[in-house]
Design a protein around this ligand. Structure first.
Ligand SMILES: CC(=O)[C@@H](O)[C@H](O)COP(=O)(O)O
Length: 256
């Protein structure tokens, strides 16, 4: 597959994987392996980031995966910035998946606090990958302050509903000057394929891999979905039409 480039860094995989909710760290590691991913996100609140012996971190080989800490659980910009700084102080690369989700029920990202935190973190030299609602105006504003990607949600985190925000994501993709990573709510490989067919640069998946009885198999299926979607996008999909058009044109077969 063609390379994904984020902030000048090249990746062969366009599938990013989250590490929450797995029944065991072994199943998480299996899913990472089978997904072919190169970027793995970890919630800073769930790991002892200072401790290389942390039970989960031990399963994430830094030579193989870029560890992308995320600020999940932060309720405002201040908390998110503090978590990002802690990760950097602990020796993580200055890449951060910015999540500000004050509402515990829908976990929808706060656009104002996200923009505020992004501005601060970009100025401090972080490579910022913000999780956002599928809002084209916010996506533009974030790119203007210098985020490395935008990560619009397909559906709320953990819902497995698929790309419910397709029309807005299409606008974000059309206008983007940085990679667009569809993040959250993708429950099936076909959802990932759809996002990629639309022209998303990558997708991030966690729950769908973690809640199945077979995380390894599901991760392999998502890998194929992402690759198929990307190939189809690059090939160029046929135009959608209102009226039927025969697949086998009848001209020449008609009786005089
Ligand atoms: C792991 C992570 O970063 C999540 O916040 C992310 O948005 C994934 O969402 P799903 O769990 O719905 O795949």
């Amino acid at each position: 597959m063609d390379e994904l480039i984020i902030a000048g860094r090249k990746f062969n995989s366009r599938l990013l994987v989250g590490t929450g909710k797995f029944a065991s760290n072994e199943l998480m590691a299996l899913a990472m392996e089978q997904s072919g991913c190169e970027i793995v996100t970890v919630a800073l609140r769930r790991v002892d980031i200072d401790n290389p012996g942390d039970a989960m971190l031990k399963h994430i080989d830094p030579k193989k995966y870029l560890l992308l800490p995320n600020t999940s659980g932060a309720r405002d910009a201040e908390e998110a910035v503090r978590l990002a700084r802690l990760a950097r102080a602990a020796g993580c690369e200055p890449w951060i998946k910015l999540e500000v989700t004050p509402d515990p029920y829908y976990l929808l990202p706060d656009p104002i606090e996200t923009l505020k935190a992004a501005e601060i973190l970009v100025k401090e030299g972080f490579t910022v990958l913000p999780y956002i609602n599928a809002d084209p105006v916010l996506a533009k504003r974030l790119q203007e302050v210098g985020t490395a990607t935008v990560m619009p949600l397909g559906a709320p985190i953990g819902t497995n509903k698929g790309v419910r925000t397709a029309d807005s994501i299409a606008i974000i993709i059309e206008q983007a000057i940085v990679p667009v990573v569809v993040d959250a709510g993708l429950g099936a490989p076909s959802h990932a394929a759809l996002a990629m067919e639309m022209g998303a640069d990558a997708v991030l998946v966690n729950t769908a891999l973690a809640v199945t009885p077979n995380p390894g198999k599901m991760a392999a299926a998502f890998k194929k979905g992402v690759e198929a979607g990307r190939e189809a996008f690059l090939a160029g999909l046929g135009e959608q039409r209102q009226k039927a058009e025969a697949s086998s044109p009848l001209t020449g077969f008609l009786r005089e």
